[in-house]
Design a protein around this ligand. Structure first.
Ligand code: SF4
Length: 315
């Protein structure tokens, strides 16, 4: 990675003392590890609408079919429209981001399962924070995740993978874009897509191949929408095995019997859950250093993100 990737974040997760009680929710992994690769741009919707610190806490309440963000003590204190207005004012900045990390359970920032209270005061975990809902509605392709879910190795890997892919896409869209750039992007992403959903990978390949000068914009919009939707599905161990075996096929005539047997065994150990994904991938990379193959080496599958993140050590 040549430069840090711009990613939005709920300000309290960076350690900013912006919570209603004057505290913060600094997240060690985000600040210690992700901050080395992500340029974290903070947003606090509640401070942004002038609520101040400390302030009256708010919560989501269902009024008939409408969900509003209102004061916990004073339900007449309704900041729903202000929070939407804050999003609208910041949308230009959000358009320059390649991902967003939200604070879980917040009536402003929570991505999902935020408590929505009924008129009897009973909570149901069915909502999204007002700002978060606007964010996801206006930027449906933007990779979004909550800090709590980043503790799960599979969700963490999936989010970072999506951020990198979306960032690369934004980069090529900002440069001279043509049919060859689109098909080149797909060629590099193909094996990654295969690890998420083989059928979708094929369909996206057909779509990319249908691009011509006169339909490029429509194809590109449909293509990236399909890519980001496909990548939301967590890549399964079974699909990774398929990809590893597919890559192994490119070494068929290049390995001696002993190296072949070792590779087959390592992939099988990964399939059985006895080794993490990093082991067969590292062995494959070792063989391709000795027997280079342009398609495999240009593919993002073997090197999707900085190794120091150690994301595949736990998959
Ligand atoms: S959850 Fe969102 S609104 Fe609440 S303090 Fe954090 S950044 Fe501000």
């Amino acid at each position: 990675m040549e430069s840090k990737i711009p990613v939005g974040i709920s300000a309290c997760l960076l350690g900013e003392e912006v919570r209603h009680n004057g505290g913060h929710k600094r997240d060690a992994y985000i600040n210690g590890t992700l901050a080395q690769y992500f340029e974290l741009q903070s947003f606090c919707p509640e401070v942004g609408i002038g609520m101040g610190v400390p302030r009256e806490p708010i919560r989501l309440v269902a009024f008939d079919d409408r969900v509003r963000a209102v004061g916990v003590r004073d339900p007449e204190f309704d900041v729903t429209d202000d929070l939407r207005g804050y999003f609208a004012a910041e949308a230009g900045k959000v358009a320059g981001l390649s991902g967003y990390i939200l604070k879980r359970a917040s009536p402003s920032c929570g991505m999902e399962r935020v408590k929505v209270y009924n008129q009897a005061g009973m909570p149901h975990p069915v909502g999204s924070g007002i700002f978060a809902a606007e964010l996801m509605r206006h930027f449906p392709l933007l990779p979004v995740e909550e800090e709590g879910r980043l503790g799960d190795p599979r969700l963490r890997e999936n989010f970072i993978q999506r951020v990198l892919v979306y960032h690369r896409w934004r980069q090529i869209r900002g440069e001279e874009f043509n049919v060859a750039v689109l098909t080149g992007f797909h060629a590099r992403l193909k094996l990654t897509l295969m690890s998420h959903n083989q059928e979708q990978m094929r369909e996206l390949g057909v779509l990319a191949a249908s691009a011509r000068a006169d339909n490029l914009e429509q194809v590109a919009d449909r293509y990236i929408a399909g890519v980001m939707a496909t990548m939301k599905t967590i890549a399964s161990r079974k699909n990774h095995v398929n990809v590893l075996q597919h890559i192994q096929g490119y070494l068929k005539k290049r390995l001696d019997a002993e190296d072949k047997a070792e590779l087959v065994e390592v992939i099988d150990q990964y399939r059985r859950g006895e080794l993490p994904l990093i082991v067969p991938v590292t062995l494959l990379k070792h063989h391709f250093r000795r027997a280079p193959n342009e398609y495999i080496q240009q593919s993002w599958y073997c090197d999707p993100y900085p190794q120091a993140l150690k994301l595949r050590n736990l998959l």
